[in-house]
Design a protein around this ligand. Structure first.
Ligand SMILES: Cc1ncc(COP(=O)(O)O)c(C=O)c1O
Length: 436
């Protein structure tokens, strides 16, 4: 490898303390299954599926073969007014997985772009339906919907907004669903469904006919796994339906089996009007996102356009990139052949059993978990995130990969891990938390 691989000046890293990283870089050089090799020796076990991306594990040859074959046969074609068969095949395959009539897929290159696309489709739909005054978008405190301006506006992770004061006009946020009384709840907390009535209050305050859409993560992921209180999503669905507001589930983390069902919508039995997805869509192998929209939205947009006209003035150069489609089709084949969503459901109990055993550690202030997604909150030590950052370094040093948000340790094991491997990763997590 070139010497430049150790020159840390030029790659401006995302969500990273760049200068500190250069002092003691955390580099990996290889990955197979649930294990990575550190560039300077040693092994890391992956307790967070990369970044919620790789349920089927790293280095899957089926995906590598599909990508390689695609690069040789058709490495690119624009999706603007042209196309290739794999995107249509993939859209049909995903439509068969989504609940209700979410049967039409718009492809993007990331979760952030999927969110922007869903918000724009919501506004376009309301206009096409003859309600152009519906321009308000409703988000939620502590939500993460990516880093572009739409997602940042409806998102509610405060630190991500600092320094970027520009925001979409007309966005308001419902309260988050973390409640003191629900600390150490396993699965969905008992209380808090009434927090969904915040949406009703916005209908009263601004007029329902001013609101286009409400977006939530079924389980808030990046903030540290906040499962919805029992009855909360049902109530949101009811209020949206009664008031002509579109309900968008951002399933960038929950989608493709993370909660032991195809999507979070299935786990909670609530059908939204749109679902955003990314990450596990290609098992993390090639960047790709998508938005599933229901038949009403699709038909309304199609019917509103004059004959031969473009129905939605939106798209990306790499929308439905052939290589991403090939990677996604191969990933869906693996999920089906290995029954990986069923496997995630089977692993939920052993995973949560060990996770919740960490309650006895003095530094632990809360634990939450559902499906193969969980979080352990450590008490802050001074400024929020100071202890968390030290922990992040310690986790890597001790050979386990997790996601830290502030002082919360977030875990999302790959579905191909065995029960013993889940025990192994959580043992390492426990040992590090215990040392604080
Ligand atoms: C719920 C949710 N939405 C959107 C995003 C943004 O996705 P990306 O980082 O691919 O842009 C994420 C990323 O973690 C996410 O968790």
């Amino acid at each position: 490898m070139s010497d430049l691989a150790n020159d840390f000046r030029h790659h401006f890293m995302p969500f990273t303390a760049n200068q500190d990283f250069a002092e003691a870089p955390r580099l990996v050089s290889e990955g197979k299954g649930i294990r990575l090799k550190k560039a300077n020796g040693g092994e890391v076990i992956d307790a967070v599926s990369g970044l919620f991306c790789t349920p089927a594990g790293l280095g899957r040859t089926e995906i590598a073969d599909a990508v390689s074959e695609q690069l040789r046969t058709l490495s690119y074609v624009t999706s603007f007014q042209h196309g290739h068969g794999k995107s249509f095949e993939l859209a049909s395959r995903i439509a068969a997985l989504t609940s209700g009539d979410l049967d039409h897929l718009f492809f993007t290159n990331s979760g952030s772009e999927a969110v922007e696309t869903a918000l724009k489709i919501a506004l376009a739909y309301q206009t096409a339906k003859g309600e152009p005054g519906r321009t308000r978008l409703i988000g939620r405190e502590r939500a993460y919907h990516g880093v572009n301006f739409g997602g940042l506006s409806v998102g509610g992770m405060v630190r991500n907004k600092h320094g970027f004061s520009l925001s979409l006009p007309g966005v308001v946020h419902m309260r988050h669903t973390w409640l003191e009384e629900n600390r150490f709840s396993r699965g969905q907390p008992e209380t808090g469904a009434e927090l969904a009535d915040d949406l009703l209050r916005f209908c009263d305050t601004y007029g329902a006919n001013a609101i286009a859409a409400c977006i939530v993560e079924p389980v808030a992921g990046s903030i540290g796994c906040l499962p919805p209180p029992i009855g909360y999503l049902e109530r949101l669905r009811e209020i949206c339906t009664q008031n002509g507001i579109l309900l968008i589930f951002d399933e960038v983390i929950c989608g493709f089996g993370r909660l032991g069902t195809k999507f979070g919508a299935d786990r909670f039995g609530v059908v939204p009007d749109m679902i955003t997805m990314a990450k596990a869509l290609t098992n993390g192998a090639v960047p790709m996102g998508a938005v599933a929209v229901n038949i009403d939205i699709y038909d309304t947009l199609m019917e509103a356009a004059p004959d031969g006209a473009i129905e939605l003035f939106h798209g990306y150069t790499y929308t439905a990139h052939p290589v991403a489609c090939a990677a996604s089709l191969a990933s869906l084949d693996i999920y089906a052949a290995d029954n990986l969503f069923g496997r995630a459901a089977e692993l939920e109990k052993p995973f949560l059993d060990i996770l919740f055993d960490m309650q006895d550690l003095p530094v632990v202030k809360d634990i939450r978990g559902i499906g193969l997604l969980g979080a352990v909150d450590m008490a802050p030590d001074g400024a929020v995130g100071k202890r968390g950052y030290k922990a992040l370094k310690a986790f890597f040093d001790e050979g386990v990969l997790v996601k830290m948000t502030g002082d919360s340790v977030i875990l999302a094991p790959p579905f191909v891990a065995t029960e013993d491997e889940i025990a192994e990763m959580l043992q390492k997590v426990r040992a590090v938390i215990e040392s604080f």
